[in-house]
Design a protein around this ligand. Sequence first.
Ligand SMILES: C[S@@+](CC[C@H](N)C(=O)[O-])C[C@H]1O[C@@H](n2cnc3c(N)ncnc32)[C@H](O)[C@@H]1O
Length: 301
Amino acid sequence: MVGTAQRNPGAGGVDGGVGVTALLVAAARAIETHRDDSLARDVYAEHFVLAASASAGWPVRMHQVPDGDANPLWGRFARYFGLRTRVLDDFLLRSVQAGAHQVVLLGAGLDSRAFRLDWPAGCVIFEVEREGVLAFKHDVLSGLSATPKAARVPVPIDLRADWVGALTDAGFDATVPTAWLAEGLLFYLPRATENQLIDTVDRLSAGGSALAFEVKIEKDLLEYHDSPLYTATKEQIGIDLLNLFDGEPRPDSAGDLADKGWSTSVHTPFDFTRRHGRGPLPERNDALEGNRWVFANKPSV
Ligand SMILES: C[S@@+](CC[C@H](N)C(=O)[O-])C[C@H]1O[C@@H](n2cnc3c(N)ncnc32)[C@H](O)[C@@H]1O
């Protein structure tokens, strides 16, 4: 049995600050789940949205959105999250099938993959996230009597603190290949924290490990400040994403990993829209223009 890391008092929950973005993604997954042409199903997602006061009144089904798919937030942006969920589900399942029996979800938020994907026997899933978010997640999932499909280990810690110590104390084993995921996370972190995170993932990764993460490559995030996605998110649910993103120029983490000997591939979300036949496509003044999904593999020695 893998132990749970010691709690990290004082860390924020889902009701404010960056924690509320976990609810945004959960609402998008709930909507995606009930689409006829759904790309990913997450039956837990709507329960998070319905349980939190910060998301009171948010839709969890498309028919609750008066303008439907024309709504930039609950139409196009939610579909983006649905596509991202599917692509990263596929990445994780591919990685564990290739031999990584340890999964680390960095900034796990309300990701319920431990409960909804079919993991191979012996797989351990670490969820690194701030304490308040994990406590909320625990309450909702316990209320549903949800059972994980793998050993699940919450690691309540802020990624700006000593998360390696917490992860190690929780039973992480740096000698076996790991599948790492930083989904919708890095642009909220200070540049130095992102650099450190990439260095640490490299250091803790045995040969055969894999990492997927999302970045925004535009030089100036404010370039799209009046885009329909940012505007609708602010006006409809009061989340000012640009205010939550870290304002510093972003590091080149894909290049950094390549320099460290990892093989990397970098995709636009639109590549996957075309592959799956559904999802967002480019548009004018597009907040998704600079989003890239990076897949990196550390060679086996
Ligand atoms: C947009 S949500 C994404 C959550 C999840 N990865 C998903 O895609 O559903 C961003 C998450 O990053 C977490 N986060 C942001 N900064 C963090 C930090 N310094 N330490 C730990 N978690 C952090 C937030 O609490 C939030 O749950």
